[in-house]
Design a protein around this ligand. Structure first.
Ligand code: PLP
Length: 447
């Protein structure tokens, strides 16, 4: 049983990320105590299937002794080593090399961060540096996509295009621009793939023209928009946008913080999209959430330009915990698990999850079902014909989240009535079926 004193201590002292401070004070905290496989247990002993892998990150599932042992071994041997000033450590070097081997195309250079937000922020810094080195410092304008999420650092939050991350914070800045999302279910261009791609291409061309073609530094894309509500672009959308950027000499950044490491099937979603970006950002599944780490991948030409531009001078960008040996040791072990069957299991059970959720399409509350692999969402509406969204307030979503919790399922209930799914790749068939059954029960209770 969770003691009242813990609830009170939380209320008094722990500031929760992306939460309503006042709402949280009223509702109190739910505290998880332990976890194994795809199951989490709270402090009351209630067991739930984690349909969201923590925060789309525990891709390998909980309780892998081999990961714990890899971390403990590394902590005993060398718990810390800086990568500053030409120093290094073996796990970080090996992980960078293993990742480069598997990354699309010539993304051969890996810069480690602490998570996804600082990975994105690092790309902003590197991109500015790149254009200075190229002799085009006026290329200082950045474009992203509405409904996108690229973290919440001061600069990255402005590439993020979700209102809660802007209001009151003074972002986006005037060098940050957006084009509309491809969001098929609610696209003014209709749901036809070719029409959506054409509309997005036109929007990006117009935006580039409006900013000034030689002013645009980079364009940021999530292969599937995650926090915006699991918005899957039509096949060919990512490639078309990539090609347009190439033809304008604009750098293309694929933010794979969610989609990386098996979430959509392959190790990286860019593979499915058949593209090689100039930068790729990753985090979450890189260490399966067991320990913080992110990674920025740079294409050869980016690395070479920055290196030539700097010459003998230091490229002044780094964190005390960049290339942390314990995180890297965990990353190496997690990679082994992915390739030892987890990716394959995720692909198989991901197809089962999508099929199960699609079966819910006839439910009176379900307007849309979308996703790929182990990344999915259903969008709830009050009128299917008119696609009437649930009321915009967060309260109905929170009620659905609470019901699902009581039914033994953790999902993500977005404020706009979208329910998100990102289960661990280790799920069994029966766990996938339980996710779908518990969703149906929750929806029935919501009618
Ligand atoms: N980029 C994307 C696409 C994300 O989904 C996230 C987090 O969900 C981030 C960046 C930020 O990562 P982090 O929360 O590790 O800072």
């Amino acid at each position: 049983m969770l003691s009242n004193s813990l609830i009170e201590l939380d209320r008094a002292h722990l500031v929760h990320p992306v939460s309503s401070f006042r709402g949280h004070e009223k509702l109190g905290v739910r505290v998880l105590k332990s976890a194994a496989g795809a199951t989490v247990t709270d402090t009351t002993g209630h067991q739930l299937i984690d349909g969201f892998a923590g925060l789309w990150c525990v891709n390998a599932g909980y309780g892998h002794d081999s990961i714990v042992e890899a971390a403990a071994r590394q902590m005993r041997e060398l718990p810390y080593a800086t990568a500053y000033f030409d120093l290094g450590n073996e796990p970080a070097i090996r992980l960078a090399s293993e990742l480069a081997d598997r990354a699309p195309g010539d993304l051969n250079h890996v810069y480690f961060t602490l998570g996804g937000s600082d990975a994105v922020d690092s790309t902003i810094r590197f991109i500015r540096y790149y254009w200075h080195a190229k002799g085009e410092p006026q290329r200082d304008q950045f474009i992203s996509v509405e409904q996108g999420y690229h973290g919440s650092t001061t600069a990255g939050a402005g590439l993020t295009a979700l209102p809660a991350f802007h209001a009151g914070f003074g972002v986006p800045y005037d060098w940050q621009h957006r084009i509309p999302s491809h969001y098929a279910y609610r696209n003014p261009a209709g749901e036809d793939a070719a029409a959506i791609i054409a509309a997005s291409l036109q929007a990006l061309k117009d935006k580039i023209e409006a900013i000034g073609p030689n002013r645009v530094a980079a364009f940021y894309v999530e292969p599937i928009q995650g926090s915006g509500g699991v918005l899957v672009p039509p096949d060919g959308w990512v490639k078309a946008m990539r090609e347009l950027c190439r033809s304008h000499g604009i750098l293309f950044v694929a933010d794979e913080v969610i989609t990386g490491f098996g979430r959509t099937g392959p190790l990286f979603a860019c593979t499915d999209e058949d593209i090689v970006p100039d930068f790729m950002t990753t985090a979450k599944g890189l260490t399966s959430g067991y320990i913080p780490m992110g990674a920025v991948f740079m294409a050869d030409h980016v690395y070479e330009t920055i290196a030539d531009g700097a010459g003998e001078a230091a490229v002044g960008h780094g964190y005390t915990y960049s290339a942390h040996p314990v995180s890297a040791a965990v990353g190496l072990e997690v990679l082994k698990l992915y390739e030892g069957g987890l990716l394959e299991n995720g692909r198989r059970t991901g197809a089962r999850l999508m099929a199960g959720l699609r079966d819910l399409k006839d439910h009176p509350l379900v307007g849309d079902v979308r996703g790929r692999g182990m990344l999915a969402a259903i969008e709830l509406v009050t009128d299917k014909e008119r696609k009437t969204p649930l009321p915009a307030a967060a309260a109905p979503s929170r009620r659905i989240f609470d019901r699902a919790w009581e039914n033994g399922l953790v999902i993500r209930a977005f404020g706009n009535g979208v329910l998100g799914y990102a289960p661990p790749l280790c799920c069994t068939d029966s766990e996938i079926d339980a996710i779908v059954e518990r969703t149906l029960k929750t929806l029935d209770q919501t009618l």
